[in-house]
Design a protein. Sequence first.
Lengths: 740, 341
Amino acid sequence: MKISLNILKQFVNLDGITPEEIISRFSLTTSEIDGYEVKGLGAPAIVAEIKTCEKVPNSSKLSQLTVFDGQKNHQVVCAAPNVRVGLRVAFAPKGSIVAGIELGVVKLAGVESHGMCLSGRELGISTDHDGIVELPSTSKIGEPITKALPFIVDTIFDFDNKGITNRPDLWGHYGLARELATIFNRPLKPLDRADLSIYSKLPKVPVKIESDKCFFYSALRIENITRKQSPLWMQTALFYLGINAHGYLVDLSNYLMLELGQPNHAFDASKMGVISIGHAPAGKKFMTLKDTEVTTTPEMLFIKSDETLVGLAGVVGGKNSQICSDTTDTIFEFATFDPTNIRRTASAIGLRTDASTRFEKSLDTNLAKLCAERTIFLLKQHDPKMRVASRFSFTKTKETKPIKIKVDRTYVEDFCGVKFDWNIVVKNLTALGFAPVLSAKALSITTPTWRATKDISMGADIIEEIMRTYGYDKIKPVPPTEAVKTVTQPPYRAGINRIKDILTTVHGLQEVHTYLWSEKPSDLRVVNSAIKGCDYVRDTMIPALVSIFKKNRASHTNIKIFEIGRVVLNGKEQRHLCICVPDYKELSEIVSDIIPCKFDIGKSGFHPKNNANIIVNGKVVGGIGVYVGVDMAVAEIVLDAIDPNLLVPEKLFPMPTKYQKNTLDFTFEHDGVYGEIKNVFDKFSHKYNMGFKLKDVYKNCFTVQFTVASHEKTLESEDINDIWQKIIDFGKANSLTLKS
Amino acid sequence: MDISNLKKAIDQEIAGVKTEDDVFAFHQKFLSKSGEITKLMAGIKDIAPEKRGEFGKTCNAIKQDTETRLFKIQDEIKAVALREKLMSDPLVDITIPRLNTKRGTLHPITIVTRDVEEVLERMGFIVEEGNEIATEFENFESINIPKHHPARDMQDTFWLSDGRVLRTHTSMWQNYMMKKYGPSFRAICPGRCFRNEATDATHENTFFQVEGMMVGKDISIANLLYFMKEITTALLKRDDIEVRLRPSYFPFTEPSFEMDATCVFCDGKGCPICKHSGWIELFPCGMIHPRVLEMGGINPKEYRGFAFGFGLTRLAMLRWGIKDIRMFNSGNLDFLAGVTK
């Protein structure tokens, strides 16, 4: 939001304070200001008077002027229609820089021109280029234009809109002036406004509210407005703030909105009947004054004249009732609407206006009347012949009322960790418009209505007001008094960290991240995804990893990747681990290394043969297999299905035996997988059995090596023979026969 | 040979011992059972009895001295031979890097997340991971963003076909953490968040944040500032960092702040990165809104707390100067493998 220092200065004396200081102090107390720009300093012109004015022969538009700048006369050729003898103009003599170009002596229609009389656009104070700027007859000839029209030099601040979304009172200059007055400890000047009670005998403007989405509606009828152009200072200020001049009434309406933060509207009174505010049947067409067509919906709130729609409440006026160049009588609207309704309408039709932006912040209903009073005050100044033709006619469904809040002084100090000088607190709050009352233990506060719409509602809000105006720099870091307890981290964390470490450092895998959505159909979709067709919430991570594998295949060999992420299966979110490596056997070793699992071969449905279910504690937790069509193997494991303690296996350190160990090798002929042999001997138990391992595989022959020993003695040959025979018998009993 | 001749002969011949064979020959000649020294010693019977003691000592000294000298020479010969043998070993080129095998790398986000977790764990924080899919209530209402709140407009939400949403921020986990651990706890929740917006070099629809909070009896803004300063100091690994609070606005904290820290790029002197202010904006934070405490089952009259958060993805970008946010989810292995300094 752009803010003019000139307008702020009407309400608070900011002399001696640099723009940098304003930015820095406001940012530390209220909200951010993105920067500032100084306007009008380079304006090249001086005040001059047109002494003679004649038509240039052979030209329909050009005039030949003699312009006197206080020292000498200049011959100037000018195309503006409003040139006349005696007019004081903004004159740029030859050699001046106008719109980036140095003026030389030019010949127009055969006549030499030594300089230019400037239009508003050339002077940089408006977009007007229909004629030259007309200076007041009191302007002093020869003075630099910046002295004659001091308002053309202005500092325009760029306030961060996001930082003040919760402060409806800061969406106008007067509210910002109040904030700055508090920050810099300077008095806020009262707002000059008219007394509307003197019109209370005048007829009413009939107004009817038909919807509770309209909180407050007031209207004033003004007649005999003859002024067409707004004052140059107002046009300039509006231009600097990003709004083009449209004629006096529209400019005034805009200016009031920027000044007070209260959007308002001026209707052409000749086109208005009985005003009502309510909803319209769906499907009707409404033409806005911005020449866009809106199709009505039942939620939209409209201003109606008799039954004609004349305004989309709080957003934009209607084409059919807008101010025209010949409008003399107007009905001014000052209203408050439901912020949510306005926000939804504006976003539904894709038209966020200056008005809707303010209404959606939750405006104070009392601001409407203040704006009416200010309107009449300014109207009287600018167009003394105008006539107020109605009383201030209002009706309401809701009213913003001050809120009373009491806070305990000790609580506030404990909350902030600061000992306050309470006189300063009271002074600051008073400057912001609060009515604070200090007692021995408490601070009671009545909020102003402009802070009572949503911004301030509880003790914590008051604490913020106290602390930010007191200065956040007064807070010093203090450690908490509460004792530190040791904490137990949730399960899975250690396990997941361990898996990631082993995969990357031991097995050389690369961790990747992929998106939550996928092209593979699943039960759950993102309904408003921009990526059509890729809007299914993934129930597996395999397609994403395969895609990464393929993408990198051309430039990398031996691609080994994994991701730990979340998928949704049957509506339930769960953590998965997905691994892709080129070699199926290696993948099985990696999986066995990180998870204490068994493989149930031929069950997972990847490759018809080379696939397996991954089993932990007898439960299927995932699958592994050769990925058909791409030269790689994949495994996907549901981490949440595994007891987290198993992911961080405990190391044991049993005492080794002091006595001699012996090894016994057995070669079994077996037409299956080694896992079947392992399953058998996992169940074998003997007091001298110290474990076994696979020693060698040749065709269908598996050599298994047992280690046998005792903690009590060196084994005798009969002990060894005993276990040797028992191993053979146990194998036989489980269909494992020794190689003959 | 008499003693003096023997000494002379030993001195003369030992100088010529150059090989293991020489050693053997010398030993045979002088030190073996039939050697010259033994022979000399055998002559003791011809010595007058009163001089035999003296003679014996002299002979022994000669024997010992000769042995010592010979062994020393023998050691030297062996050492030279070993060195010659070792020098024939091929030179192993240890400057050749390991070929074809390499370590994998953790994702950059995992690395920064672990850094943050490590700092906060040291300060007694629980690390809790939250779900990525949330109900509308969890994502918004539970942290004081009611329906129709303008803050919902600021967050472009991904909606799911079952009515749930992809969480737009980790702040929503405040409610869960309060219910699970509160009151009186410290916890952080790092995790992935989603916003429905167009992606470019600085915008991603999928990114990581961390939310932190502390709830207790007498928590103050001064405590918040203390923790923010400690965390900043630990994360930036510098102890000369100043911090300050600026007002801000979030629906779930009151008051809300932006915490700035001394710009680490210019040490607070002012540079283009900090827009010449000497400060960089680091953490949004604030005192937990009473309504948020209430919804987490904590009595705001009895307990207070603070919350803070920041973007882990942004932290990673700052740390490694990553210019394009899309790299994180790109699956580009050249990027993800990184480079070891």
